[in-house]
Design a protein. Structure first.
Length: 425
């Protein structure tokens, strides 16, 4: 058969029978040239050891590419109580936690307009409210992770079961005498006195130490060591809402009320002489003849505070355990001194001769007065007209023991040491 000639790039002709060495050398060059045409630009071929290095580089390059294409996890917010809870507990703080991130801001707002304050932990991954949420309130939580959009959740706390309130004396925005304590009567017996007392504060301007004293499990009074100064403003802050006063019994009040102290009027009744000296702001303003309790119905000794005032009122002996000894429908100018029934009042039915000379009453202090309570010239009218709630009436030489501090608003009969001993905090 015919033989074809192959062109040699070197210019030599290749013919059959050419020496094998020369043909082998050309063949190697031809092979390398052919391989070179197939190798991508930039790729370097190396020896065995270089191949191992190239393999490791390739593996590393692949790992880096995978890392760049992996997306970071989005922050996830968890709220306690859980989002959508309808009857959440209100006796524990609210907690907001974040996974895969940190918290930038947190806001918890109630449908009553209240806002729960709180703080973040050191790593900014958890927020805890400073106080518990209120009962019966719907809350909206807005939590913003750092670098991400805000996330929201809602929950509603359950209503408390049985509740209690505290009725306070004096009334808000009233002006009282220097002896008026702040007295609170609770509608349910309090077993956790410390928790309830901590939720109540009484402050004075000008400032003075004010301490609470429990007379029993339903009554808590506050007073300073001595009478209030004239012109004092007193603020009572009740933060009883959701305070557990007894097992399963919660308070419902959260309010501030203000009272004022007017001029000082302190009247001293001496039943040894049957006279009463009235001092206004330290100076004697009036002296009256009086009558006190007889030997069978002595008047209490001690410091008493006017707690109620009536231009006219009915007095019935059966209501104070004295049978049917009297029933007077229109006692004039009556001012209550004790819960048990002691009054200082006008008297129109007794002879004028007894005032200033005899003690003939059933325990009250009486001043001469006129039927109908309209005669402005009588001692009964004048004293009533000069008095306000919270004025102090001191009785001495009555022949009876000192009035119980719990009998009326009469805690001034207790030493400051004993008064403070009755505090639960």
């Amino acid at each position: 058969m015919g033989v074809s000639q192959i062109s040699d790039p070197s210019g030599e002709s290749g013919v059959p029978g050419q020496p094998p060495a020369r043909r082998s050398a050309w063949s190697r060059r031809g092979v390398l040239a052919a391989l070179g045409a197939a190798v991508p630009a930039g790729l370097v071929l190396t020896g065995c050891s270089g191949s191992a290095d190239a393999s490791e580089d390739a593996a590393g390059s692949g790992s880096g590419a995978d890392a760049k294409t992996t997306k970071a996890k989005a922050p996830t917010i968890t709220v306690t109580p859980a989002d959508g809870t309808k009857k959440a507990d209100f006796t524990s703080p609210v907690e907001i936690a974040v996974a895969d991130g940190t918290l930038a801001t947190v806001k918890v707002t109630g449908n009553d307009g209240s806002t729960l304050a709180g703080s973040l932990n050191a790593t900014k991954t958890k927020w805890t409210s400073a106080k518990n949420p209120y009962s019966g309130t719907k809350y909206t939580v807005t939590a913003t992770p750092t670098g991400s959009a805000a996330q929201t959740a809602t929950f509603t706390t359950k209503a408390p079961g049985e509740t209690f309130v505290g009725y306070f004396t004096p009334e808000a925005n009233t002006t009282s005498g220097v002896g008026m304590p702040v007295s609170i009567k609770f509608t349910h017996a309090v077993s956790d006195r410390a928790a309830v007392q901590k939720a109540i504060t009484v402050t004075a301007d000008p400032a003075v130490e004010v301490v609470g004293h429990w007379f029993d499990d339903t009554r808590l009074d506050f007073r300073p060591e001595t009478y209030w100064a004239s012109g004092t403003t007193i603020t009572l802050s009740l933060r009883l809402k959701d305070i557990e006063g007894a097992d399963g019994i919660y308070g419902v009040q959260s309010k501030d009320v203000t009272f004022h102290i007017g001029r000082s009027q302190i009247s001293t009744v001496d039943l040894a002489t049957d006279t009463m000296v009235v001092k206004r702001d330290g100076a004697t303003s009036a002296t009256y003849d009086v009558t006190g309790g007889d030997s069978d119905h002595t008047t209490w000794d001690g410091i008493m505070v006017i707690s109620e005032r009536f231009k006219q009122t009915q007095m019935d002996s059966s209501t104070v355990g004295l049978g049917d000894e009297y029933d007077i429908p229109d006692v004039p100018h009556a001012q209550r001194l004790t819960t048990s029934g002691t009054f200082i009042h006008g008297n129109y039915w007794a002879s004028t001769a007894i005032f200033g000379s005899q003690n003939t009453s059933h325990g009250c202090v009486g001043l001469h007065d006129a039927k109908g309570a309209s005669d402005t010239s009588t001692p009964g009218y004048k004293f009533y007209d000069s008095s306000i709630l919270g004025d102090v009436v001191i009785v001495k030489n009555s022949g009876d023991k000192t009035v119980d501090p719990a009998n009326g608003l009469n805690g001034w009969n207790m030493s400051w040491t004993d008064w403070k001993a009755g505090s639960a905090v």
